[in-house]
Design a protein around this ligand. Sequence first.
Ligand code: GLU
Length: 213
Amino acid sequence: MCGIVGAVSTRNIVPILVEGLKRLEYRGYDSCGVAVHQGGGLKRARSTSRVAELDAATTADGLASGTGIAHTRWATHGAPAVHNAHPHFSSDRIALVHNGIIENHDELRVELKAKGYVFESQTDTEVIAHLVHHLYDGDLLDAVQRAVPRLRGAYAIAVFCRDEPHRVVGAREGSPMVVGVGAGDRAGEHFVASDAMALAGVTDQIVYLEEGD
Ligand code: GLU
């Protein structure tokens, strides 16, 4: 189980996401990635190298946005390869990162393939992205709330949607997740992370999500 950082702000949050991943590197990982809402769509950079290389790729690719999610992966389903690295997309509309394991991923994959979804990875994570996409009807929070009862296993997820540029939704069951709230000059900023350490220096206003919250 590895690292998640997500952010919504009026400033460019890519440096915060990358710095957050660097703070989580000590946990170990085999790949990493960042996705942002940019130019009316989803943009991402992924790497099987170090977060420092991902950092360089985000600069080279011109990733900049107030809304995004980032991940360090420790592969459980699917080889450590770029196409299996998070964030995963569904139809260039939903972007999602996930820590943990979805035990019923096979049955969900069969169901979603039958509905026409094409899978680009071997991960259990990609089924969540397509499931949220399938359930999306204009309200991302509602789609995630309807998706999570279908998931068995331990997970923390962070998701955003092309159609809701200023929103990141997080959920957890059996894997840790915190919410960081911007204070002072930074009031209005919000963060999610799998570990408060990822948000050190960004905000000290941390809400620990308990199961059932
Ligand atoms: N099970 C997911 C995967 O293999 C997430 C692994 C993790 O927690 O990093 O991609």
